[in-house]
Design a protein around this ligand. Structure first.
Ligand SMILES: [Zn+2]
Length: 343
């Protein structure tokens, strides 16, 4: 095994959480700079505050629209919430890159030359996540990737078509109750997780949930995806020393993050770490759930009604935890931990 690989293993398993704080944010957010959203920065900020977010990562589609409204939105607001700028770049229909930080929006994005822009952004310190794992081809550019988007509320096109009868029923019954509607979108991202495991065998990857928020879906006259609703649905939680762009992005790429669904219950404070030959998962203070431990994407142990789990690792592998809870007569995923590589 090459030395560089071993060094990165040690790094991932020794992520120190003790000094750090848990911050929560919405990543993969679109504003009016994207062709498919009219959202303003004020609307995003108001929603972020109401949802209790610490940070928001914008990823407007690039190349972006070039009209006046976009120029007016060039400067991110300076507010209580940390705003990090980024870009979503899809060089063709097969690939999707989330380019976070690194002056991603100062790059001269040109149609047909997106890959050059992505490489340029990475040289300037951007963190690259592969998006839409269920429908994109993340395998082609693994060398560029720092991490993967393991959840995105927008289902693949084929999946969506198959689900039209189910969604129509839900829409008609629950369009006045958005929580119920959104809860029905909470399918476990099995395909994304399979892809993630496959890629993680090759290299260490951070994870995030894509909110993919646009505030642009209107059916029967009702807005179904206001920013606040989306931000209260799924979040990316990051253990970091401080709330700065550098610190948050560094935590994302070094594996100090997890995915949680506050629509089930607030998930801040969850930890999954290795210590002294054991893996330990601690749920947020005062909560319990069904904790499922996986090795190489196979379930190895389950503890119901538990607030923590400690597991002795005798075999090398990629370990992770899912926490499930029963909400509205159904078991639903609540937390997805990062992978810990046991050498
Ligand atoms: Zn998007």
């Amino acid at each position: 095994m090459p030395a560089a690989f071993l060094a990165s293993i040690a790094f991932l398993t020794s992520v120190a959480f003790s000094e750090d704080r848990c911050f929560k944010g919405a990543v993969h957010v679109h504003s009016g700079r994207s062709f498919d959203s009219k959202g303003t920065f004020e609307e995003i900020e108001t929603a972020a505050q109401k949802a209790g977010l610490d940070f928001v990562v914008l990823t407007d589609h690039q190349p972006s629209r070039k009209d006046q409204s976009v120029k007016k939105m060039a400067l991110l607001p300076k507010t209580k919430t940390l705003w990090i700028d980024g870009a979503e770049v899809a060089p063709d229909k097969k690939h999707d890159f989330l380019v976070l930080g690194g002056g991603a929006t100062n790059i001269q994005w040109e149609q047909g030359r997106e890959m050059e822009g992505i490489k340029q952004a990475k040289e300037k310190g951007a963190v690259i996540f592969l998006g839409h794992l269920a429908r994109a081809r993340p395998f082609d550019h693994l060398e560029l990737a720092d991490g993967v988007e393991i959840f995105n509320p927008h289902k693949s096109a084929a999946g969506f078509l198959a689900q039209i009868p189910r969604f129509t029923h839900i829409l008609i019954s629950h369009r006045k109750n958005l929580d119920v509607l959104w809860l029905s979108l909470l399918d476990p991202p099995r395909k994304e997780i399979t892809v993630w495991h496959r890629l993680a065998r090759e290299k260490n990857l951070g994870i995030l949930a894509g909110n993919d928020a646009h505030q642009n879906i209107r059916i029967f006259g009702s807005l179904l995806d206001p920013y606040e609703q989306n931000f209260r649905f799924v979040n990316t939680y990051v253990w970091a020393a401080k709330l700065t762009e550098e610190s948050i992005l560094n935590a994302l790429k070094t594996g100090a993050s997890y995915v949680g669904f506050p629509i089930i219950e607030e998930a801040a404070g969850f930890r999954f770490k290795s210590s002294g030959g054991r893996l330990v998962a601690d749920l947020p203070a005062g909560t319990t759930g069904e904790i499922r431990l996986f090795k190489d994407n196979r379930l190895v142990t389950v503890r119901d009604n538990a607030s923590s789990v400690s597991y002795e690792t005798r075999e090398p592998g990629l370990y992770r935890v899912e926490v499930w809870r029963r909400v509205r007569r159904k078991n639903r995923p609540w937390i997805y931990s990062n992978l810990l590589r046991v050498p």
